[in-house]
Structure formats: structure tokens, C-alpha cells
Design a protein around this ligand. Structure first.
Ligand SMILES: [Zn+2]
Length: 271
């Protein structure tokens, strides 16, 4: 079984043994190391799963970045406080555009204007727990607008934010691996999680090579073993997809398969 905590630990051990540093996203933005890994966690739901990740990392002396949504299925003050205590970074997993766009009469610009107010309010809510300096977008596949719409009209730097992975990472240098769809090569089914600039030839070759070769976590581990991984990597984990318990593991499998199928048809319709 892949996507278990056991597999997760095996991955971290391997990367640590291969002398990668682990930096939070904030640390990476401030002073990127040559050989470094950013462990990003999008806490979409089941926040206690993220706490388990935070504990495992803490045992290994590793730090990661945890992005919380403002909705109740993610925003859990007890969990946030504990993850802060363990020394990790907390960030905002924003979706303010999808939260305000329900009113169809609003123009794009009006949606952005409402959403930025909400963004500011929610960011301050999270800053009660941690001096948040980085953010990342929550992909709401069913929403009319992309949550990054905010940055067409406003600048997050005006809100004390120094990093948003979509804008502040050079993905021709940093390999981006995400467990979207509970597989590592699931980019093609993800609508809003695409970060690769597929028009840049060097990036395209490297990305295609890596992404196609990774399906299971063990594929990444064996590539790391043969020293074929790049020096800088951002991993995006959705900890709700990872569990050692069989029943939730199967539920997640069924859910992912259903969702992948739905996204597949949405992609066809949109293109
Ligand atoms: Zn998300």
C-alpha cells in the first residue's frame, strides 16, 4: 500500500540520508540552499492527518510548511497551535475568490474587490497563531474563477506576504511533485494545480521525464537512491490522502478515482 505514513517516513529517511536540507517555504524564499527540499502541505481537510505529518518531521528534526484553509474542515486552532509548537511554518491556503463569487451579478473586478477584503480578514485570523509570510492557492475546480484572480488586481506583497509558490518559485530549477489524485504523475488530471510552464523547452523535458516516471512514492525513493533527483524539490502533500488505516485508505481511493474521472471530463469540456 502506497500513501501510508510508513511510506512517507521511508521517503523522508531516504531524502535525509542523501544530504538534502529541508527548508520551510519562507526560509527558501529568504535564502535558498543549493540542495534543498520544501515540504509543503495543503491542509484541505482532516487537519489531524497534517498533525501526524508534523510530528513525524519533528522526530527527524525536519521543518515543513502547512497551509490552512479558513473553512471549518481545515481550520482547527488546536492543530494549528500544535504544529506551530513543533517549529513548522504556517501559511494561508486561500480561496477567497471562490468564497465570494457565488453572486453571479458581480463582475470579475467586483469579485476581486470583495475577495481581497475577505483575504485580508482571513489572513489576520491565521496571524493570531503565526506570523504568516507565505500563502498558496486552494484549487477550487468547480469555481468560476481561479483563486489567483486576486493578484490580477492586487499585490500580496502589500499584505506582508513574501511568497506564493505559483509566482515565486522558478520551476525551471525546482522540481515540483504533488500527490494530487493520490499519484505523483497526476498532473494531467489536475486543472488548477498546474505550475509547469509547458512552453519552456528545458522545463518541459525535465518535468515530463520526472513526472512520467513517478507513479508511486517508491519510484521517487528509487530515483533518489540512484542519485537522479534534482537538487531543489518542492513536494506538495495533501495529508488527508495519507493514512495507515485500511478503511479510510480505501475510501480515499474510491473518492480519488471518482474525482479524477470528473476532472477528466471537465478538462475535455473546457478545452
Ligand atoms: Zn487545496
Amino acid at each position: 500500500m502506497d500513501f501510508t505514513l510508513k511510506t512517507y517516513k521511508a521517503l523522508l529517511y531516504k531524502l535525509q540520508n542523501l544530504n538534502y536540507s529541508f527548508q520551510t517555504f519562507q526560509e527558501y524564499i529568504n535564502s535558498p540552499k543549493d540542495r534543498t527540499i520544501i515540504l509543503r502541505h495543503d491542509v484541505d481537510k482532516l487537519p489531524f492527518n497534517s498533525l501526524q505529518f508534523a510530528e513525524i518531521q519533528n522526530e527527524l528534526g525536519i521543518k515543513g510548511s502547512y497551509y490552512f484553509r479558513i473553512v471549518s474542515e481545515s481550520f482547527n486552532p488546536v492543530v494549528i497551535e500544535k504544529i506551530v509548537e513543533l517549529g513548522h511554518e504556517i501559511g494561508y491556503h486561500y480561496e477567497d475568490v471562490s468564497l465570494v463569487e457565488k453572486n453571479p451579478k458581480l463582475t470579475e473586478k467586483e469579485v476581486a474587490k470583495e475577495a481581497i477584503k475577505l483575504f485580508d480578514k482571513n489572513l489576520n485570523e491565521l496571524r493570531k497563531f503565526f506570523p504568516v509570510k507565505t500563502i498558496c492557492m486552494h484549487g477550487s475546480p468547480l469555481s468560476r474563477y481561479d483563486n489567483k484572480l486576486l493578484w490580477k488586481y492586487y499585490n500580496y506583497k502589500d499584505y506582508g506576504i513574501i511568497g506564493e509558490p505559483y509566482f515565486d518559485i522558478d520551476f525551471s530549477k525546482v522540481l515540483y511533485l504533488t500527490d494530487t489524485g493520490r499519484r505523483w504523475n497526476g498532473e494531467k488530471v489536475s486543472i488548477r494545480d498546474k505550475v509547469f510552464n509547458l512552453s519552456a523547452p528545458i522545463t518541459k523535458e525535465a518535468n515530463t521525464r520526472y513526472i512520467q516516471s513517478f507513479k508511486k512514492t517508491h519510484d521517487i525513493i528509487s530515483t533518489a537512491e540512484s542519485k537522479n533527483l534534482p537538487n531543489q524539490i518542492m513536494f506538495t502533500f495533501h495529508p488527508q490522502r495519507w493514512t495507515d488505516r485500511l478503511f479510510p485508505w480505501i475510501l480515499e481511493l474510491i473518492w480519488q478515482n471518482t474525482k479524477n474521472l470528473a476532472k477528466y471530463f471537465l478538462n475535455i469540456i473546457r478545452s
